[in-house]
Design a protein. Structure first.
Length: 692
């Protein structure tokens, strides 16, 4: 423990000074940003970059600093769980530091620390900080039983920290699924506690993006895992007496015999000054390095959408076809046939009451859509079988079964979940996707269902899984097979995945062309889901605001438009009934046309969403920015606002401001004088065009 007794701090710099690790002795004068002198406190060793520093004391507790300002105390960041017992105190036994060059992530610094507990457990913490992944520390922890007795391990915990309180409160983001379809971004109020499980919240709600964040004004922490496949972990966030806590936890029920080791999943810790957008970008960058990235988006995925769901399951073909001319007049370019064309979920046979000649009528129907100048898209909910379907009766081997042999119910359709990691299941639905596109003439698929995000571990003996978790990990590969089948039939096909109100499972997304707001329950959900998906999928991806009829007032195109979302509607025309809420009235038609024209004029989805410029929790009014070349498109939202707003992100020169919705001039600004006085209700759009 010589180094620790000398009160040294190991500073790892990834900034302009270059990539290096420098031990700095307390009291040394003239330390640079790369060789920053240690701060007062316990004996320390640390790793980090120019924005985040993670320091460990002689008990291997850790403290997080953001831009050299402590944002946590020393916490027991990593722990081994043994039922009601937690082993989280380890005496420091040394560390090693080395520069590393990862074949995918690039240059980095790796620090490995060792410590022993009084219980006879040795902890080895491997921390890596990469130059191009600013603010992110990647962690893997190994526990070795060096005692003479077996240990009954129940799990582990990484990245456990308490973000210290400051005036103004906290916000949190969760990428996990909740059956009540709550907001992904919420304030952390007194008593707040959310487990954020990546497992199944119910029989058909589960999975998600493996990251959670908590932040206050000026500082935040995010944790998650960077495994190449889905894992069933938890990312709990709760309000504490001194702030807000966050962690990532895994259940690992096993007996650790003397000499045996347990290694956690690879997790990460990120410190950041704003909301969840930045850390989601870092997560995306890391996962992109290992091949988990968005596909090249077909151009047609940016075209505005009409969906026949306004007529619901009882639609008639005559209603849908009769609406097509108005769809085209409004300026929309996709026409989607929704739920109700099929006999059941599973067989996906054509409903002969609606299409009497079966496939011949279906092909004639898609031709009518194309003849109207539109692209046909088909609704589909694979990976499920209704009890009355032939598939359920004839292929029970496809069922996903839990450890007790129980089937997993898909609640909306009263169907049963099928196993995505069983090859006959995969092949069956891949063939269907190919038939819809190649044989029936559809150019896109709207794939729908909360059960499509994640599944429980499968114990069906017919599948001969090496591990039950193969089903959980296999969901992404199921989507890969469907995506490839659709694009083999038509390379420009658009595959849309709507997991019905749930947070998107990231590992599925590389096999999806369009990501909708997934049944939003408010305009705020349209916007914060948009910010989230823009961070996850990056520039050039297609996020759709879902049916505008689901927004506040049923007409809030502004919330989709302002975040760079594709516009979508499910209007009926003429009204399906006297009380039809979806009817396109003359007044609505004027408004719908105006928004679609504005959308096509500026095509904000093809720009770069600048989510780092505003904090969705603390900046008021709520603000979003899309940059296209030298022009910035601002969108502000509030029930009512009368005051000054700051236009962030301006470059050199002056900018002329206009309201694109009304055409009104709003003056000029530059980067030094970037405020404007606004008075508005609901929304205010501003286009800032550089004049020189």
């Amino acid at each position: 423990m010589t180094d620790m007794k000398r009160r040294t701090v190991l500073k790892v710099a990834l900034g302009g000074a270059g990539l290096a690790a420098f031990p700095a002795v307390a009291g040394v004068a003239g330390a640079t940003s790369a060789t920053a002198a240690p701060r007062r406190g316990p004996h320390l060793v640390g790793v980090g970059d120019t924005s985040i520093t993670l320091e460990f004391d002689d008990k291997l507790r850790s403290r997080v600093a953001l831009d050299d300002v402590d944002v946590t105390r020393f916490d027991a960041g990593e722990a081994l769980l043994l039922g009601d017992t937690t082993i989280d105190a380890f005496t420091y036994r040394g560390h090693q530091t080395r520069n590393t060059l990862h074949p995918r992530h690039g240059a980095g610094v790796q620090v490995t620390l060792h410590g022993d507990s009084k219980d006879g457990v040795r902890k080895t913490v491997e921390l890596t900080s990469f130059q191009r992944l600013t603010g992110m520390i990647v962690m893997k922890v190994t526990y070795t039983n060096i005692s003479r007795a077996a240990l009954k391990v129940t799990g582990w915990r990484n990245g456990a920290h308490e973000l210290l309180e400051k005036p103004g409160g906290f916000y949190t983001f969760s990428g996990t699924t909740h059956e009540d379809r709550r907001d992904w971004v919420q304030p952390v109020t007194a008593g707040f506690a959310q487990q954020n499980s990546l497992g199944m919240d119910s029989s058909d709600y589960g999975g998600g993006t493996p990251m959670a964040s908590v932040w206050r004004q000026g500082a935040g922490l995010s944790v998650g895992h960077v495994e190449p496949v889905a894992r069933i972990l938890r990312l709990p966030v709760r309000k504490t007496g001194n702030g807000a806590s966050i962690a990532i936890e895994g259940d690992t029920a096993r007996t650790l015999k003397p000499g045996q080791r347990l290694t956690t999943d690879t997790t990460f810790l990120t410190a950041h000054p704003g909301d969840h957008f930045g850390p989601l970008q870092r997560y995306r960058d890391y996962m992109g390095d290992i091949g988990q990235r968005a596909p090249k988006t077909p151009k047609s995925a940016f075209d505005p959408i009409w969906c026949a769901w306004g007529y619901e399951r009882g639609f008639t073909v005559e209603q849908v076809v009769g609406t097509l001319p108005k769809v085209r007049e409004v300026g929309l370019e996709w026409a989607g046939l929704d739920d109700g064309w099929q006999t059941n979920e599973g067989d996906w046979d054509i409903n002969l009451q609606k299409f009497p000649r079966g496939e011949a009528d279906m092909r004639a129907f898609t031709k009518q859509i194309r003849d109207a100048g539109l692209r046909p898209r088909l609704w589909w909910a694979p990976l499920a079988a209704d009890p009355e379907s032939n598939l359920f009766a004839e292929r029970p081997d496809m069922l996903l079964l839990d450890r007790d042999g129980n089937k997993q119910r898909v609640t909306w359709w009263n169907a049963w979940t099928l196993c995505p990691a069983y090859k006959p299941t995969v092949d069956y639905f891949a063939r269907q996707a190919k038939k819809f596109i190649r044989d029936w003439g559809y150019e896109g698929l709207k794939i729908d269902g909360q059960h499509l995000n994640g599944v429980t571990p499968c114990y069906n003996p017919a599948h001969r899984h090496a591990r039950p978790e193969e089903s959980t990990e296999g969901v992404a590969q199921f989507w890969k097979a469907v995506y490839e089948a659709a694009h083999e039939a038509n390379r420009d096909a658009v595959v849309e995945l709507c997991p019905c109100g749930t947070a998107f499972a990231f590992h599925n997304l590389p096999y999806v062309d369009q990501y909708p707001a997934s049944d939003p329950e408010s305009s705020y959900q349209v916007r914060h889901k948009g910010k989230t998906m823009k961070a996850l999928m990056g520039p050039g991806s297609s996020y759709a605001g879902d049916h505008v009829e689901l927004s506040d007032g049923g007409d809030d195109f502004a919330s989709s438009y302002g975040v760079g979302a594709v516009l979508s509607t499910k209007f009926t025309y003429p009204a399906a009934s006297p009380d039809d809420e979806n009817a396109l009235t003359p007044e609505r038609e004027v408004l719908w046309r105006k928004w679609v024209d504005l959308y096509k004029e500026n095509m904000l989805p093809t720009g770069e969403y600048r989510g780092e410029l505003y904090d969705i929790g603390f900046d008021k009014p709520e603000a979003h920015v899309v940059e296209k070349g030298a022009t910035l498109h601002y969108a502000f939202y509030a029930d009512q606002w009368n005051g000054t707003v700051e236009l962030r992100g301006l470059g050199r020169g002056r900018y002329r401001l206009t309201d694109p919705f009304t055409g009104a001039s709003l003056g000029t600004v530059d980067a030094r004088h970037n405020t404007v006085k606004l008075a508005f209700e609901k929304f205010q759009l501003i286009v800032a065009r550089r004049t020189g």
